[in-house]
Design a protein around this ligand. Structure first.
Ligand code: ADP
Ligand code: MG
Length: 761
C-alpha cells in the first residue's frame, strides 16, 4: 500500500514484465519516434497507456457534430460539412488566406489557413470543396464574433474512403480521441489499431472477477478493449464503457477496502466517556445549545472512540456549521481517558485560529497547572513551522510528556521530532490538502493506532465521498446555527470599467457602514506566477494552458497580484482615505497575525490577500469579498472564499471579477457559482460541468486520475455495488491471491491518488 513504491514499480519494466510484458513496451519503439513523442505529450507512453487512452466520444459519418456547443479554448474534433470556401491575398502583405466555413446544418465554424501565396493553399482548397464532409481538429478561438480553428488538421471522408472501403469500416462508429495539435484523433486511432491487433488475453490483466462480470453482464477485458477502440456498432462501445466503469469502481474500491481492512485490524485505545471530567465541564460552560445535527454527530463520535477499533470518519459541513465544537468534544473525551488529541490544520493562519478558538472555548479548562486553572483541565499547545526555537521546544516537550492533552499544528506536527505518546485521536481539518501519507505519519506517532476524524467544509456528494474517502464513513452537518445573514454573488466583467469602478464604490459604502472587505488575488507579486495557490500545494482544476492564452489566443495579461492591487487601490479615488492592508502566505507569521488583527479591528478595513484567508478565518464584520481573476479559482475554492463574508448578522456580498470570455467554460463555472449558495449543489454542478467539458472534448487528457469513465454522480449504483463486492472479496481474500489481475491493477492505480477528484476542486 506504500504509494511511492507503487509509483516506482509502475515504470519499472521488470515489474511490468511479470505479467503481460507487452503492455509496458514503449510507444516510441512500437510506433516510431514521431508518433511516440506526440503521444507522450498526451501522457501516453506505453502500449498499456495507449489502450487506456479512451475515445472521448464516437462519431457517425452521417451525423454532424453540433457546433453550437463548442467552447472557446477547447481543443475539439468535429465532424462537419464544408459550406463555403474562399481564398484571397492578404491585405497589404505578402501571402494569402483561405477561409473555409464548415457547418452542422445550423451553426458554422470558420477554418482559417494562411499561406505564402495562393498556390500554397491550393491543396486545402481542392480537398475542402463545398459539400465535402470530414473530421476537423483544432483549438477554438474567437475572431470578430466568429468561432474559428486556425490551421486545423483535418481528414475528409473522401480521403479516407479507399482505406475504409478496403476494410469495410464505412458504417462503423468513429472513435474520437482526446488529441492535440501534434497528433490528430484519426492518427491515434491508427496507432491503437497497430498495438491492439497482436495482443492476446494473456497480455492484458483481467481485473474483474468472473463472477462479478457474470452478475453484471460485462464483457471480458479484451472484448471490451476492442469494443471501445474498434466498435462495429454503438452497442459495442456502450457495453465496453460500462465494463470499464465497473472496472474503475471495482479497482478503486478494492484498494480502499484493503486500506480500511488493514487499519481496522489494528488495535485502537478505547476511550469510554467519563462523567465529571473535562468534557462535562466543557459542555457546562458552552454558551449555546448544540444543534440537533451536532448532537447526532457527537453521539456517533462518542460511541466510536469508545471502541477498541480505530474510528475512520469524515465529518463534512459548511464553514460555521459547528464541526470544530463537535470535534473538540470528542478530543476532550480522549483527554478524560488519559489520552492526547492532535488537530492538524492546513495553514498557519488556521492553526492559530483553531488554537485561539479552542483555548477560548475551554477558558480555565485549558490552563491546567496554572494559577486559576481548572482541576480537571488540560493544556493546549500550538506547534507551527514558523515558531521561534524556544517556543517550539516548549511545545514539543509538552506534547512528548503527555502534559498537553491537545496539540494543534500544521505540517510541523508531522516532523519526526514531534512525539505524542498517548495520541488517541487525530483530527484533520480540510483533509484534501493532506495526502494519505501525511495521515499515516500522524497515525504512527502514538502507541496504538489513533482514531481518525477528518473534517471538511468542502461539500462532497455522497458518491464522491465514497470514491475519494472510500475508507472513511461519512457524517454531515447540514444546518447552520441560527442567525446567519447569507451572501449574494455577482459577476463583474473586467473589461467594463464602469462595473469595476462600481465594485470599489460598493467596497467604500460597506466600509463607511462599518463593514470590512476582502480583495483576493491569485498572485503575490507581479513577477511570480504561482501565488498562494501553488504555495499551499493547491491544485487547480483549470489547466495552465487556459491561463497562458486568452480567449482570442493572445498571451494573457498578467494575473492580479496582491502587491500591485494594493498599490492600485491606494490610488483609487473611491477608496481615498481608506487604509488598505496586505496579506499572503510568504509574510512572516507576526506580519500575518498583525494584518489579520488590523483587519478584524477595522484599522485596515480593506485587506488585499491571496487565498491564505480562504478556509475558516473568522471576521464577523466582513461583508464584502471581491475576487479578482475569479476564473483562476476552482468552484469549491470560490465557495470557501465566499464563506468568509456574511458570517455575522449583516448580509454579505461576493463580487467575482473576471476577464473570461462569456462563451468560455471558465465563465460558465462562474455563472454556476453566482447562481447558488448551496455548497452541495455547487459541488454537484462542478462535477457535471467537468463532465460536459469531457464530452465536448476539452483538452485535458484525463491522465491525472485513474477514474476516466466512471461518473461519480450518474454511476452511483455502480459505485455502491462495487464497494460492497470489493469489501466482500477483501474480507475473503485480503491479499487478492485469487485475483492476480485485480491485484496488479490495484498496485498500479494506488499512486493515482484516490482523492484526485477533490484535489482538482
Ligand atoms: P466549523 O468548524 O464547522 O466552521 P465552528 O465549530 O468553528 O464551525 O463554529 C462556527 C461558530 O459558530 C463558532 O463561533 C462556534 O462557537 C459557533 N457555534 C457552533 N455551534 C453552535 C451552535 N450550536 N449554536 C450557536 N453557535 C454555534
Ligand atoms: Mg472550522
Amino acid at each position: 500500500m506504500n504509494q511511492p513504491i507503487a509509483r516506482e514499480r509502475r515504470h519499472d519494466p521488470a515489474f511490468l514484465g511479470e505479467v503481460g510484458g507487452r503492455l509496458g513496451r514503449s510507444l516510441e519503439k512500437e510506433l516510431g519516434t514521431r508518433t511516440g513523442k506526440a503521444l507522450g505529450k498526451l501522457g501516453v507512453h506505453t502500449v498499456g497507456d495507449l489502450l487506456r487512452h479512451y475515445p472521448r466520444r464516437y462519431g457517425d459519418r452521417g451525423k454532424l457534430t453540433a457546433l453550437r456547443q463548442l467552447r472557446v479554448g477547447d481543443h475539439v474534433t468535429v465532424i462537419a460539412e464544408v459550406s463555403s470556401s474562399e481564398s484571397r491575398p492578404m491585405r497589404g502583405k505578402v501571402g494569402a488566406i483561405l477561409n473555409v466555413r464548415i457547418t452542422d446544418g445550423t451553426d458554422e465554424l470558420l477554418l482559417t489557413f494562411f499561406g505564402k501565396h495562393s498556390r500554397s493553399l491550393e491543396h486545402h482548397e481542392r480537398r475542402l470543396r463545398r459539400g465535402a464532409t470530414g473530421m476537423f481538429s483544432g483549438t477554438v478561438s474567437a475572431y470578430r464574433g466568429d468561432r474559428q480553428l486556425t490551421h486545423p488538421s483535418y481528414e475528409t471522408f473522401d480521403d479516407l474512403d479507399d482505406e475504409f472501403a478496403a476494410v469495410q469500416k464505412v458504417d462503423w462508429p468513429i472513435p474520437i480521441y482526446p488529441a492535440s495539435a501534434s497528433i490528430a484523433s484519426w492518427q491515434i486511432e491508427k496507432a491503437v489499431e497497430t498495438v491492439l491487433r497482436p495482443l492476446t488475453a494473456e497480455d492484458v490483466p483481467e481485473a474483474l472477477p468472473a463472477a462479478y462480470r457474470r452478475e453484471h453482464d460485462l464483457p471480458d477485458v479484451m472484448t471490451a478493449l476492442r469494443g471501445l477502440h474498434a466498435p462495429r456498432t454503438p452497442e459495442d462501445w456502450q457495453r465496453a464503457r460500462r465494463r470499464f466503469r465497473h472496472e474503475e469502481a471495482f479497482v478503486l474500491q478494492t484498494a480502499l477496502a484493503q486500506r480500511r481492512a488493514a487499519t481496522l485490524s489494528d488495535a485502537a485505545t478505547a476511550f469510554e466517556p467519563r462523567s465529571g471530567g473535562i468534557r462535562d465541564a466543557f459542555e457546562a460552560r458552552l454558551p449555546f445549545e448544540l444543534t440537533a445535527g451536532q448532537h447526532e454527530v457527537a453521539a456517533v463520535l462518542e460511541r466510536e472512540i469508545a471502541a477498541p477499533v480505530p474510528m475512520m470518519r469524515l465529518l463534512q459541513g459548511e464553514v460555521g456549521s459547528g464541526k470544530t465544537v463537535v470535534a473538540l468534544r470528542a478530543m476532550l473525551q480522549v483527554v478524560d481517558g488519559g489520552g492526547q488529541a492532535a488537530l492538524l490544520a492546513p495553514t498557519e493562519v488556521l492553526a492559530q485560529q483553531h488554537h485561539r478558538s479552542i483555548t477560548g472555548l475551554l477558558g480555565p479548562l485549558a490552563e491546567a497547572g496554572m494559577l486559576g486553572g481548572a482541576d480537571e483541565g488540560t493544556r493546549v499547545v500550538l506547534l507551527t513551522g514558523s515558531m521561534g526555537a524556544a517556543a517550539r521546544r516548549k511545545a514539543i516537550a509538552a506534547a512528548a510528556s503527555g502534559e498537553a492533552g491537545i496539540v494543534i499544528g500544521t505540517h510541523a506536527l508531522l516532523s519526526e521530532v514531534v512525539q505524542i505518546p498517548d495520541l488517541g485521536l487525530v483530527v484533520v481539518d480540510e483533509q484534501h490538502r493532506f495526502g494519505v501519507e501525511q495521515r499515516d505519519a500522524l497515525r504512527a506517532k502514538g502507541r496504538t493506532t489513533p482514531h481518525l476524524l477528518v473534517m471538511t467544509a468542502t461539500p462532497i456528494p455522497r458518491t464522491v465521498a465514497m470514491t475519494s474517502f472510500g475508507d472513511l464513513e461519512t457524517s454531515t452537518l447540514r444546518e447552520l446555527p441560527a442567525g446567519r445573514a447569507g451572501v449574494s454573488t455577482n459577476i463583474v466583467p473586467a473589461d467594463r470599467p464602469r462595473w469595476v469602478e462600481r465594485t470599489w464604490e460598493r467596497v467604500r459604502e460597506e466600509v463607511d457602514a462599518g463593514g470590512r472587505a476582502y480583495v483576493v488575488c491569485p498572485r503575490i507579486t507581479a513577477g511570480e506566477n504561482g501565488g498562494d495557490a501553488a504555495e499551499d500545494g493547491f491544485s487547480d482544476d483549470v489547466s495552465d494552458e487556459l491561463f497562458a492564452l486568452d480567449d482570442a489566443g493572445e498571451p494573457r495579461r498578467p494575473l492580479a497580484s496582491v502587491e500591485e492591487v494594493a498599490a492600485l487601490l491606494r490610488q483609487t479615488p473611491a477608496l481615498a482615505g481608506v487604509a488598505i492592508g496586505e496579506m499572503h502566505g510568504q509574510l512572516p507569521t507576526e506580519t500575518k497575525d498583525a494584518a489579520m488583527a488590523d483587519f478584524a479591528a477595522g484599522r485596515t478595513p480593506v485587506l488585499v490577500s491571496t487565498t491564505v484567508i480562504e478556509v475558516g478565518v473568522d471576521v464577523p464584520d466582513a461583508t464584502v469579498m471581491v475576487i479578482l481573476d475569479a476564473d483562476r479559482f476552482g468552484l469549491s475554492q470560490l465557495h470557501q472564499l465566499r464563506g468568509r463574508v456574511g458570517r455575522g448578522t449583516k448580509p454579505g456580498m461576493c463580487l467575482a471579477v473576471t476577464a473570461a470570455h462569456p462563451d468560455s467554460g471558465s465563465f460558465e463555472r462562474l455563472a454556476a457559482f453566482a447562481a447558488t449558495t448551496d455548497g452541495f449543489e455547487l459541488a454537484e454542478t462542478d462535477l457535471k460541468l467537468r463532465r460536459e467539458g469531457d464530452v465536448l472534448g476539452a483538452s485535458q487528457s484525463g491522465r491525472s486520475s485513474s477514474l476516466r469513465l466512471l461518473r461519480v454522480l450518474q454511476d452511483a449504483d455502480i459505485i455502491d455495488g462495487a464497494r460492497a463486492a470489493a469489501r466482500d472479496l477483501v474480507a475473503r481474500d485480503p491479499a487478492l491471491a485469487s485475483e492476480p489481475g485485480l491485484a496488479r491493477m490495484v498496485a498500479e492505480s494506488i499512486d493515482e491518488d484516490a482523492a484526485a477528484y477533490l484535489e482538482r476542486t
